[in-house]
Structure formats: C-alpha cells, structure tokens
Design a protein around this ligand. Structure first.
Ligand code: 5GP
Length: 180
C-alpha cells in the first residue's frame, strides 16, 4: 500500500501501522488474555487518554466475564524533586484481591507505568499485568515486565489510533510515524 503522509501542527507523519495490522495483533492478545484469565473476572484499568481506541477494540474481542474502568495519570513538575510526579486519578474501584490488567497506549521510558504499578500495588491486588499497544524497548529506563505487547517499535515518535501530537491525531485509524 502507498504510504500516506499527513501534517499535524508543524510536523509531517507517514503511515507506519495500518488498522488491519493493529486489529490482527489485538485479536491475538485477546485470545491470550482469555486463556490466561479464564474463570477469573479480571478488572481492566485503561489509562486515558491515549488508550481509548485500543481499549475499545480490545474489549470488543474479549469473550469472558470482566470489568473495565478508566483512570488517568497526572503529570506535573514537582519543585521539590527533579522528575515529574505522576499520581493515579479516578480509581474508584476497590482493587484488593482483584486480578488487574492495566491498558496502556505506549510504554516509552516506563516512568508512567512504573509509578502506576507502585501505587496500585499498595492497594494489594491479587495480580497486576500490563498490556500495551506499543512499546519502545530501547527507551525503557525501568525494570518492567510488560507481559502483553501488541508491537515493539524503534524510538520514533508516533501518532494516531489514540495517540496525539499536541492534541491532534487521536482520531486517526492508522498509526503514523514522524518524518520531519
Ligand atoms: P513513559 O512514561 O513510558 O516515558 O511515556 C508514556 C507516555 O508518553 C505515553 O502514555 C504517551 O502519552 C507518551 N508517549 C511516549 N512516546 C510517545 C509517542 O511516540 N507518541 C505519542 N503520541 N506519545 C508518546
């Protein structure tokens, strides 16, 4: 297929992963989850905003009893510390004793998922696993065991299928990578 090029703000992006490939990979992950969580009623926690499209397509393909809820990670500069402070927002469920599956759009440095896991683990779930649409293994700065990955990619900035560039691009059905 001829690559398509789009412009968002000041940057050009070209098609990188088409919807068909995304959905095929989601099918495989859904089957794996169904096997791994058979008889368990897992609680899926989707991290907004970026995971909304991935979450919808994944959940439609999971045929077993399960629950789904949505959380956010705040990200603000703490004057007292060097890095960003990330805090879980919107978690209303009691996750004690639950089998939790966190749904992410992309794991880059792993700072976000690492902070999320620390905070969720304090609430004593029975288990926690991560499922992510994309992962950039070259960028990972934490020892994270991300069990379910739709696709590992190089260190390129990508948009589409939920992922944005300064607010634009979340609605695109394919994933694009930056060219200039
Ligand atoms: P991490 O904490 O793992 O470094 O970054 C995770 C967050 O950074 C993602 O949830 C996403 O919002 C953002 N991010 C990282 N890489 C990309 C990328 O290539 N494209 C977009 N649109 N966002 C990214």
């Amino acid at each position: 297929m001829e690559p398509r090029t789009i412009t968002l703000h000041d940057c050009q992006f070209s098609t990188y992963m088409y919807e068909e490939e995304i959905i095929a990979r989601i099918h495989m992950l859904a089957e794996q989850l169904e096997q791994d969580y058979a008889g368990k009623n897992p609680l899926f926690l989707a991290v907004l905003n970026g995971s909304f499209m991935f979450t919808a397509d994944l959940m439609k393909r999971i045929n077993m009893p399960c629950e789904i809820s949505f959380i956010r990670m705040s990200s603000y500069q703490d004057m007292q510390s060097t890095g960003n402070v990330r805090e879980v927002l919107g978690l209303t469920e009691n996750i004690e004793g639950r089998d939790v599956v966190v749904i992410e759009d992309i794991v880059d440095t792993g700072h976000t998922v690492n902070a999320l896991l620390q905070q969720l683990n304090e609430k004593q779930p029975a288990s926690i696993e991560i499922i992510t649409l994309l992962m950039k293994p070259e960028c990972l700065q934490h020892q994270l065991d991300v069990k379910y990955v739709a696709k590992s990619i190089p260190n390129d900035f990508v948009v589409g299928y939920g992922l944005d560039y300064n607010g634009l691009g979340r609605n695109l059905r394919d994933i694009y990578k930056i060219v200039s």
